[in-house]
Design a protein around this ligand. Sequence first.
Ligand SMILES: Cc1cc2nc3c(=O)[nH]c(=O)nc-3n(C[C@H](O)[C@H](O)[C@H](O)COP(=O)(O)OP(=O)(O)OC[C@H]3O[C@@H](n4cnc5c(N)ncnc54)[C@H](O)[C@@H]3O)c2cc1C
Length: 279
Amino acid sequence: MPRVIVIGAGAAGSMAAIFAARGGAETVLLEGSVDGGRKILISGGGRCNILPMVVDESRYVTDSSPNVMRKMLRAWPVLEQRAFFEDDLGIPLAEEHESNKLFPVSNKARDVRDGLLHAAKSAGVRVLHDHRVVSFAQVAKGWDVTLANGESLHCDRLVVASGGLSVPATGSDGAGLAMLERLGYELHPRYAALTPITAAPSDYTELSGLSLTVTITAKSGRACTRRGIQRFVDGTVDAVARCRLGGAVKATGRAHRERRRSRRVAGPVGCCADCGCGS
Ligand SMILES: Cc1cc2nc3c(=O)[nH]c(=O)nc-3n(C[C@H](O)[C@H](O)[C@H](O)COP(=O)(O)OP(=O)(O)OC[C@H]3O[C@@H](n4cnc5c(N)ncnc54)[C@H](O)[C@@H]3O)c2cc1C
C-alpha cells in the first residue's frame, strides 16, 4: 500500500487526503496548527461560498498553462462537486440567487471545515494536528519529511498543500512555498486574487452603502470588463466586487508589478489597501 503524506489541513490538503485514502493509500495529514482549516472558517464572511452555480472558464486566470487549468476545471463538473458536498459530506447547499453561488444551508463555514476533516478521518486518514513540517527532501525511494518536534517521517508520495500567503494568522505563512523553492522548484510570483479596489480621491463616496449592478472596465494592457453586483463602502468597491475585479485587474497584466512601478492600476482604479498577500 503506497504511503502518502499531505502537508496542510486546509481545503486543498483535506481534499487531497480524502481522495488519497479513498484510492487505497495509507495517508497522513500533517497540520501545523492545533485545528487546521482556519481559512475555511473566515471564507465567504463566515458562510463559505463553496461553489458557483455554473463554471465560467473565462473568469479563471493563471500564470501557468491555461490548458492545464481548463482540464482541471473540466475534470470534476460542478454538479458532481455539489453531490460530493451534499451526499458524501452531508452538507446541504443552497443557491444565493443574487450571486449565483452555493453556500451551506446552515450558512456556517465551520460545517465545511469540520465536514472535510471528518470525511478524511472516516476514509482512514491519520490527521496529526500541531505537527509543523520544517523541511522535506526527496530520497532514493520517496520523501523524508522533518517535523518541528524533530521527528522524521517517510512516504512514497508527498502533497504540499501548505497554502499561499494571505492571512498568515490562519497558519499559511508561505513556509511550504519557501521549502519548495529551496529544493529548486520554480514558482510563479504570488499576487492577491482578492483585493479591495480603491481610488484616491474616490469618485464613489456618495455611493457608499449601495449595492448596484455595474460594469467596470480595466483599461491598461488587455482590456477586461466585469459586470455584476458591486457594493460600495467608504468610496471603496467592497468584497463582492473584489472577487470579480481581482480577476479583471490580473487579466490586464500583473496588478502588483504595476502597483510597485506606478502605484496605479487600470486608470483611476488603485490596488490595493489590505490584500494580505504579504508582498
Ligand atoms: C477572507 C477570505 C474569504 C474567502 N472566501 C472564500 C469563499 O467564500 N469561497 C472560496 O471558495 N474561497 C474563499 N476564499 C479562498 C479560500 O479560503 C482559499 O483559497 C482556501 O481556503 C485555501 O486553501 P488551502 O488549503 O490552499 O490553504 P490554507 O487554507 O491556507 O491551508 C494551508 C494549511 O497548511 C498549514 N500549514 C502551513 N504551513 C505548514 C507547515 N509547514 N507544516 C504543516 N502545516 C502547515 C496551515 O496551518 C493551513 O492549515 C477566501 C479567502 C479569504 C482570505
